[in-house]
Design a protein around this ligand. Structure first.
Ligand code: ATP
Length: 243
């Protein structure tokens, strides 16, 4: 569902990715891990078409994200959802309107249908119709994340991108958010690509882990496969942090 071949990303003289390759299969939950500044967020931005490769090709949902025109790219954007690290809700809109907004941008849907669909999405993440009328400032941190997730899923995407999904949540909230994502992954037949620093989230969710180091993906496989690799960076990263 995603193929990245020979990707180079440069910011002026700084080379972030050098001949990086990565393939994501449909249905996978792939986590991108690596040290600080290893280029995880930039790689996610490449998949979203928000950065331009200096060289190489990023194919998402069968299309070269940089080679297709802007209309085609917009169509692709309707087939993926993105959960930003801090939720990034519109503060002047209710939870319901936050979820309805991407639906409204697609023309031709009657308002009552949009409202019902948005309420349904909010119910899927555990929010009641009463919560739906609240403003983001009146919601708890955990609820804001849930609304943001409902919004990312508003257009029934095939692909879901998550940037640090459990950042800022306490361990209990993290755990319930992780089970929510796991349930929705199954229910909606999603493919998920995520960046996370949290090893509990990583091991609870990932079907595959891609390790970024030395400007490329140095290893990719199931969590068991990856942690068994004798590479010093990998051993330090997983076992060092777990103590
Ligand atoms: P972290 O785990 O700390 O969030 P990361 O692995 O996500 O790091 P990136 O945020 O992708 O790393 O950054 C990779 C490198 O690219 C860093 O050295 C960063 O300073 C640089 N970088 C990212 N975006 C830009 C930009 N727009 N302009 C210049 N340099 C950038």
């Amino acid at each position: 569902i995603i193929q990245i071949q020979g990707l180079w990303t440069k910011f002026g003289p700084v080379v972030v990715h050098e001949d990086l390759n990565l393939e994501v299969q449909p249905g996978d939950i792939v986590s991108l891990v690596g040290g600080s500044g290893s280029g995880k967020t930039t790689l996610l931005r490449q998949m979203l078409g928000l950065e331009h490769p200096a060289r190489g090709c990023v194919r998402v949902l069968g299309e070269d994200i940089n080679g297709c025109g802007s209309v085609r790219r917009q169509q692709l954007r309707n087939r993926w959802g993105m959960l930003f690290q801090h939720g990034a809700l519109f503060s002047a809109l209710t939870a319901l309107d936050n979820v309805a907004q991407p639906m409204r941008e697609l023309r031709g849907l009657p308002e009552d249908l949009i409202r019902d669909a948005a309420l349904l999405k909010l119910a899927m993440v555990g929010l009641t119709p009463k919560d739906a009328l609240k403003m983001p400032a009146d919601l708890s941190g955990g609820m804001v994340k849930r609304v943001a997730l409902a919004r990312a899923l508003a257009l029934e995407p095939e692909l879901l991108f998550l940037d640090e999904p459990t950042a800022g949540l306490d361990p209990d909230l993290s755990e319930s958010f992780v089970s929510l994502i796991r349930g929705l992954h199954q229910q909606m037949r999603l493919t998920v690509v995520m960046v996370t620093h949290d090893l509990d989230t990583l091991f609870a969710l990932s079907s595959k882990i891609a390790v970024l180091a030395e400007k490329r993906v140095i290893a990719m496989g199931t969590p068991e496969e990856v942690i068994a690799l004798p590479h010093p960076f990998i051993q330090q990263f997983f076992l060092g942090e777990r103590g």
